[in-house]
Design a protein around this ligand. Structure first.
Ligand SMILES: Cc1ncc(COP(=O)(O)O)c(C=O)c1O
Length: 445
């Protein structure tokens, strides 16, 4: 046992602060815009659906934000998470590159999402809110919020994207076990859902509209988002801060850092602390070819949801009412991405690559057969990108985010193994039509 496989930290090494990359970003930050006036959105635009504690984090210009003691204590249920050296994968690939992965699948919900669900539930409970509404794609975010609400005595109502609801029935059971109520989206419970009845597979954008609508109409209910917003990316930086310490334990420094991107939170959580620390690594973001926001989208102001209820955000977008084909990586089926991450892609600090469904599952199975862990379909995109890096032969030390396990995604594995998994086509025409419906907003460079 002379060569360690896992690099572990003690509980007191759970970070005491989150890293806020906002002050480090190139250029002037582009503000979100109010959907009603087109003017920069201020805290007042957010108070109907978010508590002040989270709004303060959303707009904070401080380089670090302290983690409340109650949140840090709850993090102790699963953090610090392990960093693995993928020795068996290296061997299977026949590479001399050293590959590491930070594994977030050991959290109660099975992914990185509780890192932000817990502080969001905490701040809402502290503000006297009684209930949170949200959307979920893969079911990972809804499960995480259901878990976090159970810790702080909040009710939880989840709109689950139709295609995922059908593919992953046990995610619903999991949310219900933690006390949440789950609806298939588009539902007939909201105006936003009824207006999208002709898209029965649903999308994250539609489910967000439904959840925002519910929160906007109930004074005791706030809305909670699992990705994209600054405060969500902030909360996820516990991942990268731990990984920095663990890479030091391993005596290595990554020259490439890879993650999958749906809205950008696990990627930012791993990457931002390395950027803050001045890492010279290349950063590679992997997304689905069926929903290629960073590689094919336009950099414009757009709504975060389908119905146009959220502030306008500066980001790469396929158009807020673009409905991506129903790939199994439900958490990556989102038309936009986090403004902070998009700014870094635009500035050339992050490279983006898109992969098709079958090639990601091929990578996932290869990983499972060497490292043991069955990855969620979302981080399978990161694994595909890692294998690509190895095949290019330029990287010596690769670090990637394995942000969740795939135990609820076995129907997708079944289809892949049976040879019936499809590679749904991205429709350029649908994107062009959706882009033609982008809201009026100032152009961004
Ligand atoms: C396991 C997993 N990975 C990745 C994502 C994508 O989200 P993000 O880009 O915010 O990490 C999701 C979203 O639901 C997810 O469930």
């Amino acid at each position: 046992m002379s060569e360690p496989t896992k690099f572990l930290l003690r509980e007191e090494q759970i970070p005491s602060h989150w890293v806020n990359l906002l002050p480090d970003l190139p250029g002037e930050p582009l503000p979100p815009l109010s959907p009603a006036t087109g003017e920069p959105a201020g805290p007042d635009d957010l108070t109907p659906i978010f508590p002040m504690g989270l709004i303060a984090q959303e707009v904070s210009a401080e380089p670090e934000v302290e983690i409340p003691a109650e949140v840090r204590e709850a993090y102790g249920l699963w953090r610090p998470t392990p960093l693995f050296r993928a020795r068996r994968l290296e061997k299977a690939l026949g590479t001399s590159a050293r590959i590491y992965y930070k594994y977030e699948g050991g959290s109660p919900a099975g992914s990185h999402k509780p890192n932000t669900a817990v502080p969001q539930a905490y701040e809402n409970a502290k503000a006297g809110v009684k209930k949170l509404s949200t959307e979920t794609g893969a079911g990972q975010w809804g499960s995480s919020l259901a878990f976090a609400c159970s810790l702080f005595g909040l009710d939880c109502e989840v709109f689950m994207v139709g295609s995922s609801y059908d593919q992953k029935p046990y995610r619903r059971s999991m949310m219900e076990a933690w006390g949440a109520t789950v609806h298939r989206s588009p539902s007939d419970r909201t105006q936003s859902g009824r207006a999208q009845a002709e898209h029965p597979t649903g999308s994250l954008g539609i489910a967000i509209s439904e959840a925002v609508e519910v929160a906007g109409q109930d004074p005791d209910c706030n809305y909670s988002l699992g990705s994209v917003l600054n405060h969500v990316l902030l909360h996820q930086t516990v991942i990268g801060q731990e990984a920095i310490l663990q890479m030091e334990l391993a005596g290595d420094e990554p020259d490439v850092i890879v993650g999958c991107v749906g809205g950008g939170s696990n990627f930012a959580g791993l990457a931002f602390p390395f950027m803050r620390a001045g890492s010279s690594a290349r950063f590679v973001a992997a997304e689905p070819a069926a929903c290629p926001t960073l590689t094919r989208g336009v950099y414009r102001y757009d709504f975060g949801d389908t119905a146009g209820l959220t502030p306008l955000m500066p980001m790469y977008t396929l158009g807020h009412d673009f409905v991506p084909p129903p790939v199994h990586a439900g958490g990556l089926r989102y038309h936009g991405d986090a403004p902070m991450l998009c700014g870094l892609v635009k500035a050339g600090r992050i490279e983006a690559r898109a992969y098709r469904q079958n090639e990601t599952f091929e990578a996932a199975v290869r990983f499972a057969r060497s490292e043991g862990i069955i990855p969620a379909p979302e981080p399978a995109h990161a694994i595909r990108a890692v294998i690509d890096e190895v095949e290019r032969g330029e990287a010596n030390v690769i670090l990637f985010g394995l942000c969740g396990h795939g135990h609820f995604d076995l129907a997708a594995y079944d289809a892949y193994l049976a040879g019936t998994l499809e590679d749904p086509e991205f429709s350029e025409a649908d994107m062009e039509a959706a882009l033609a419906r982008l809201p009026e907003a100032p152009a961004i460079a």
